[in-house]
Design a protein around this ligand. Structure first.
Ligand SMILES: *Cc1c(COP(=O)(O)O)cnc(C)c1O
Length: 415
């Protein structure tokens, strides 16, 4: 819990809006975001880096609702995208193309063309063959593509293996030992302009030391390049700062920034960062209602109307999310497996949670703003949840609940 989600006379609120009212009005499952939490998170970042030229490129994949992208765009954010679809969203949301960096190992020719057409700030190139392809595509359009290489610093991010990206064995980036030669090759390509260096070592990092280790490697390589006549304009240090889901103690935004700025002291390059989770994770919750309480021989189950299709993180990473009642009740506490209706044993929201609840009660799955809705699916033909943005006491619907008809609208019966 934080200042944006809090109890007031035993009712859970987002800012000044009671969440049980929102659950009634918009139905469940339903994602709810706090406008103030989103705004304050971005402002903390901007404040922490204000002593030098910087660009905060919000990682769109963490939560790509256009209302959230629009809010960040109005605050001055750039965007880190990983697909042509995300670029289209950013532009539809009012984001500036010239503040967009394009990451990802598998950019297609069509995506490159789309991004060159829009005139994005920089491509974060992840392989030698991507350099060749981008040079060819830009050439065919009579354009020059600004690039940085995403270098893999071989630093252990000490996070879950599925979200660790900066080790030698990961598919991301180019090997640190090969990057120098590749930069020379890129600098000689006629339709590329080398402008920066990029690294992103993983997600949900709870210590600053891996960030520092990665930044030091980026700087060392940048200096070697400068000595060879390749002078970079910007350094992109990626995202990855973790948040508190349970008892983690990640560095604050200010501590993280201070550590990076310490390493960067005396440097003139513009700094780019790509935060995702830390800007949205604790700014959102997922509301769900208990359909049934089922008392098994060994365990009690609270069967809720949200499932792994709505929030995949528990099933995918065995991730922990706190689960709180929207109304505290004077009932006997019991331990529950909080599970969804999907036909998979992996369909759980939380294991062994002690709660005083009854059938029909609504719950908030906390810290669900990042990699929640953006990873959701329609498995079991379940329409995706509604999304609501609370601003003060006002709740705005920012995405309607899907209908089942929409789910099969593109399908055809063969006669
Ligand atoms: C996912 C991703 C991010 C954001 O990571 P967070 O852990 O959400 O901050 C930033 N940059 C790249 C290249 C990514 O793939």
């Amino acid at each position: 819990m934080n200042e944006y989600f809090h109890y007031q006379q035993d009712r859970l609120y987002a800012e000044n809006a009671a969440l049980d009212d929102i659950a009634q009005r918009f139905g469940t499952p339903c994602y709810v975001y706090s406008h103030a939490a989103l705004t304050d998170g971005y402002r903390q970042f901007a404040e922490a880096f204000k002593s030098r030229e910087h660009l905060i490129c919000y990682a769109v994949k963490a939560n790509s609702n256009i209302a959230i992208l629009n809010l960040f765009a109005r605050l001055g954010a750039g965007f880190d995208i990983v697909s042509g679809g995300e670029l289209q969203r950013v532009l539809a949301a009012g984001g500036a193309a010239n503040k967009v960096v394009f990451s990802g190992v598998g950019k297609s020719e069509a995506e490159m063309r789309q991004a060159l057409e829009a005139e994005i700030l920089c491509f974060n190139v992840e392989s030698p063959s991507e350099l060749d392809r981008l040079n060819a595509v830009a050439g065919s359009m009579g354009k020059v593509a600004a690039i940085s290489l995403r270098v893999n610093p071989d630093v252990d991010a000490k996070t879950h293996p599925y979200i660790s990206t900066g080790l030698k064995q990961n598919k991301f980036g180019v090997a640190y030992t090969e990057a120098f030669e590749l930069y020379r090759k890129a600098a000689a390509m006629p339709h590329l302009r080398v402008t920066g260096m990029d690294c992103h070592i993983g997600s949900q990092l709870t210590e600053v030391s891996p960030f520092i280790a990665a930044a030091e490697k980026v700087l060392a390589l940048t200096d070697r390049l400068a000595a060879a006549g390749i002078v970079l304009e910007h350094l992109d240090l990626g995202g990855g700062l973790g948040i508190r889901y349970d008892d983690e103690t990640p560095p604050s935004i200010a501590e993280y920034a201070q550590a990076l700025l310490g390493v960067l002291q005396g440097r003139s390059e513009k700094i780019i960062v790509e935060p995702g989770r830390v800007l949205v994770g604790n700014a959102g919750v997922l509301l769900t209602r208990i359909e049934y309480l089922k008392h098994g021989e060994e365990k009690n189950f609270a069967i809720v109307d949200a499932a792994m299709n709505d929030l995949m993180r528990p099933a995918l990473y065995d991730a922990y999310h706190a689960i709180l009642p929207l109304q505290k009740r004077g009932l006997e506490k019991q331990f529950y497996e909080v599970v969804g209706p999907i036909c998979e044993t992996g369909d759980f929201i939380g294991h062994g949670r002690e709660m005083a609840v009854d059938k029909g009660d609504a719950l908030a799955v906390m810290s669900a703003g990042a990699y929640g809705m953006s990873m959701s699916s329609n498995y079991n033909t379940r329409p995706r949840a509604a999304e609501v943005m609370v601003d003060g006491a006002v709740a705005h619907l920012i995405r309607e609940r899907e209908t089942v008809r929409q789910l099969y609208a593109a399908e055809k019966i063969v006669a």
